[in-house]
Design a protein. Structure first.
Length: 255
């Protein structure tokens, strides 16, 4: 959904059974954006915030899976219009945390969320441990994991640590160094299953060419041998029991 480096409103649909992708015109977003968050319930996907060609936006679009149509959800508008947001989801709630705001030009630590049953947005009383954006987002059934990204506006600094968001309490905490990336990586694509999250992104000053894996039960991160790819930034990913990295440009981007 959306685009990079251009601003797009188009939506592509990837069918997992045959690994084919088609454009879905009826699901076009309400604005041409990039740098947005995404989450999904069992019945719908949500496109959250981002930036258009002139400013950050707070809008939330809902795409209903049954008929591949998009609807604007004003009641779910974000309190803070952000871009390059960390995001994760569980069965009831989509979380979008941190991200970049234009004034002042900075990253924030606010945790916002969309409740799927009511299509409303709210701000959590808790914040991230530290301001963060451009990170990978993965989740188990009980917690979300935000790995890498940036601790400040471009050109950095890029970070290697992982923050854990516990769904039951909406609180964040830093994981031990065993969940750190080998170096700072940003603009990360992430995908996962019930037990592990997979991520790859941009390592300053060059695109990363390996895939890292975070195990939810041990909360440790490791490189997967033999997974060299063309480094891309920024990437998107999707999950349905397996992951596939999508999109991307072949060089790091400061934005």
């Amino acid at each position: 959904m959306g685009g990079f480096p251009s601003y797009l409103s188009s939506v592509d649909k990837c069918t997992y059974s045959d690994d084919t992708t088609t454009i879905v015109p009826a699901a076009d977003l309400s604005d041409e954006v990039r740098g947005q968050a995404a989450s999904a319930s069992e019945t719908a996907g949500y496109n959250i915030c981002g930036t258009n060609s002139t400013a950050n936006v707070s809008i939330v679009d809902k795409i209903t899976f049954a008929d591949d149509t998009r609807a604007r959800i004003p009641g779910a508008d974000a309190t803070h219009a952000t871009r390059y947001i960390n995001y994760c989801t569980n069965t009831t709630t989509g979380y979008f945390a941190g991200g970049k705001i234009p004034s002042p030009n900075a990253l924030i630590s606010t945790i916002q969320k969309v409740t799927y049953s009511t299509d409303t947005s709210s701000v959590s009383p808790s914040n991230l441990v530290a301001a963060q954006g451009y990170a990978a987002g993965n989740q188990s059934s009980t917690a979300g994991y935000f790995t890498g990204g940036r601790a400040g506006v471009p050109p950095g600094p890029d970070i290697s640590s992982t923050q854990k968001l516990t769904f039951a309490t909406d609180t964040a905490a830093n994981l031990p160094a065993s969940a750190d990336l080998p170096n700072g990586i940003t603009h990360i694509a992430a995908a996962g299953n019930a037990t592990d999250g997979y991520l790859s992104g941009v390592s300053t000053p060059f695109p990363a060419s390996t895939i890292q894996k975070i195990n939810y039960s041990t909360e440790t991160l490791a490189n997967i041998p033999g997974t060299a790819t063309d480094g891309v930034a920024p990437g998107g990913a999707a999950t349905s029991g397996r992951g596939s990295q999508q999109f991307g440009t072949p060089a790091p981007v400061n934005c």
